[in-house]
Design a protein around this ligand. Structure first.
Ligand code: CUA
Length: 305
């Protein structure tokens, strides 16, 4: 958070340092006043009338006027930072919808009919407007290097703007306790040059690849005849579930299960067989697929790039 990589993150970091230094000054003043009072009390022990003269003025200035001025100033600066956080600088901003789920992130690009999960791709050097809602409880979207936190609240849509010209992969996480696996509700923001972003968007907008060999073809059959279809979508097939993440381009993603493990065949296999082992309470049920079916399914899912 203190190594900001975008305009809004810089504002948040600036605000943090401002509050920090005001805090330092207040601490020094209060400590000095306390020491002064201790010394005086010792000296004035036999003359209580001397002390009374001092009673009111410091109380009014130090206890009412100064805190009021500082708090009003900080409120003003905070409101200004929040205004920038909530509203992108330009109206031509890319719109990305983020929907919180227990415990993963659905990511949609409404202009291009793209749906993915746990990975937010954005173009570098262009403002991005995130529209955040939730499917269940309150979550909070936080990418410390790029912007401040914002809550995802049931029944309303909040907005957050991201604007950075530094390509890179930025870690994000849920910052509001949302149940058993709150700690494993992570995601990544991939900031990439405009042309790579457009390529990515175009690729994500396509239907799932046809199985390239017999094993993958059998894997698709396994997927479609197992209970996977009740929760997951693979565009171009009969699977249109909306409970879990869209898997149309699963193999193009870097991580599994909301950013908690790398997207490898081994991890995916372990996840499918027993998700409760990795993420107790997750809505994905365990499966008892025969080993051959599991291998075919992994071959198929691994081909969905
Ligand atoms: Cu979602 Cu914590």
């Amino acid at each position: 958070m203190l190594s900001p990589m975008g305009a809004n993150a810089s504002r948040a970091a600036g605000l943090w340092w401002l509050m920090f230094w005001i805090g330092v000054v207040v601490w020094v003043l209060v400590t000095a006043a306390t020491l002064y009072a201790l010394v005086r009390r010792r000296r004035d022990r036999h003359d209580p009338l001397t002390a009374r003269r001092w009673e009111n003025a410091p109380l009014v200035w130090g206890g009412i006027v100064l805190p009021s001025v500082v708090l009003v100033l900080l409120t003003g600066v905070s409101i200004d930072a929040m205004r920038h956080r909530d509203h992108p600088d330009a109206s031509q901003a890319t719109v990305v919808q983020v929907i919180g789920h227990q415990w993963w992130w659905e990511v949609r690009y409404p202009e291009r009919d793209v749906v993915t999960a746990n990975e937010v791709h954005v173009p570098a050097g262009r403002p991005v407007r995130l529209e955040l809602t939730t499917a269940d409880v309150i979550h909070s979207f936080w990418v410390p290097a790029l912007a401040g936190k914002i809550d995802l609240v049931p029944g309303r849509s909040n907005t957050l703007s991201i604007n950075t010209d530094r390509p890179g992969v930025y870690e994000g996480r849920c910052a509001e306790f949302c149940g058993l696996q709150h700690a494993k509700m992570r995601f990544r923001v991939v900031v990439e040059p405009e042309s790579s972003f457009q390529d990515w968007l175009a690729a994500q907008g396509t239907s799932a690849a046809e199985p390239a060999d017999d094993l993958a073809a059998r894997g698709r059959q396994v997927f479609l005849s197992a209970s996977c279809v009740y929760c997951h979508t693979i565009r171009g097939t009969a699977a249109v579930g909306s409970v879990g993440p869209d898997l149309t381009h699963l193999a193009s993603r870097d991580t599994l299960a909301a950013g908690i493990m790398p997207n490898t065949k081994g991890h995916l296999g372990g996840w499918i067989v027993d998700p409760q082992q990795v993420k107790p309470g997750a809505r994905m049920p365990s499966s008892d697929l025969p080993p051959d079916d599991l291998q075919a399914l992994l071959a198929y899912l691994g081909s969905l790039a």
